[in-house]
Design a binder for this molecule. Structure first.
Ligand code: LIP
Length: 259
């Protein structure tokens, strides 16, 4: 069954990608609006979610669906798709070639299967519980960087952080002198996928939504990495405060960002 569920994730992500490639750098500015200040949505986000949702329902009609643009479908079952039809919307709207589609399946125990697809690079990242993680069909693993000192990190700080930016900035100031380099690329899902495949040694961000994290955390965990909230606990899916990394870097990153 998990094989079919994973194939559904991949088919849906690729269906969304086809739609998004048709809009990229051809988006009608009139189709872009703000859900709240500086939090954009476009016709591309909505169309991608519509085809992803239809594709998943074609494979598994009874499952619940939670999408960034259409919300929670509701329903009794414990199996739930969690979808970001376009992660990196601001990049996409601005024409910056760094965005992806994120599709995950969760049950009562947590992440079951996940897929992140970057169609511009044709990078397909997939993982399923207990099945390992794969990058374009090849097994992938987190990096072997031995600690925070000299690590290559990713992070994010959205305008919506508002007053929470101060706490974030304190953490950044604590990490900056120790890391070799820090990148803010604008897609949490790709930050997690690139941590799972060992490009980044760690990643930290506040203010994330479930759909930003749901597939990426499965990739990192199945690739041998650790995921916690900023206090080192398991509340990241609820709080949206997440720290990811290889088993050497992640705990040191958590320790470094403590107020
Ligand atoms: C984005 C995340 C990014 C975060 C942005 C936004 P979206 O998701 O991927 O890491 O900093 O605020 O949440 O809105 O492009 O799906």
């Amino acid at each position: 069954m998990i094989q079919q569920q994973q194939e559904a994730c991949i088919a849906a992500a690729k269906a969304g990608a086809e739609v998004l490639l048709g809009y990229f750098r051809k988006l009608d500015p009139a189709s872009v609006s703000e859900k709240s200040k500086n939090d954009l949505v476009s016709e591309a986000d909505r169309k991608s979610e519509a085809v992803v949702k239809a594709e998943l329902a074609r494979h598994f009609p009874g499952y619940r669906f939670l999408g960034e643009e259409t919300g929670d479908s509701g329903g009794e079952g414990e199996l739930r798709w969690i979808v970001d039809p376009l992660d990196g919307t601001l990049n996409f709207v601005q024409g910056l070639p760094h965005w992806c589609i994120s599709v995950a399946l969760w049950d009562a125990q947590g992440g079951l299967a996940g897929c992140i697809y970057d169609p511009l690079r044709q990078d397909l990242f997939v993982a399923a519980r207990g099945q390992g993680a794969f990058w374009n069909g090849q097994p992938m693993a987190v990096s072997r960087q031995p600690g925070l000192d000299g690590a290559f990190l990713a992070t994010g700080f959205a305008w919506q952080l508002g007053s929470r930016f101060q706490a974030y900035n304190q953490a950044l100031c604590a990490v900056f002198p120790r890391a070799m380099g820090i990148r803010r690329a604008g897609s949490a899902a790709l930050d997690l996928a690139h941590t799972a495949c060992g490009i980044y040694d760690g990643y930290f961000e506040h203010g994330l939504k479930q759909w930003d994290m749901a597939a990426g955390v499965i990739l990192v965990q199945e690739a041998g990495g650790l995921i916690t909230d900023w206090q080192g606990g398991a509340g990241w899916m609820e709080s949206g405060s997440l720290v990811a990394g290889n088993p050497a870097v992640q705990p040191e990153l958590v320790a470094a960002i403590q107020p």
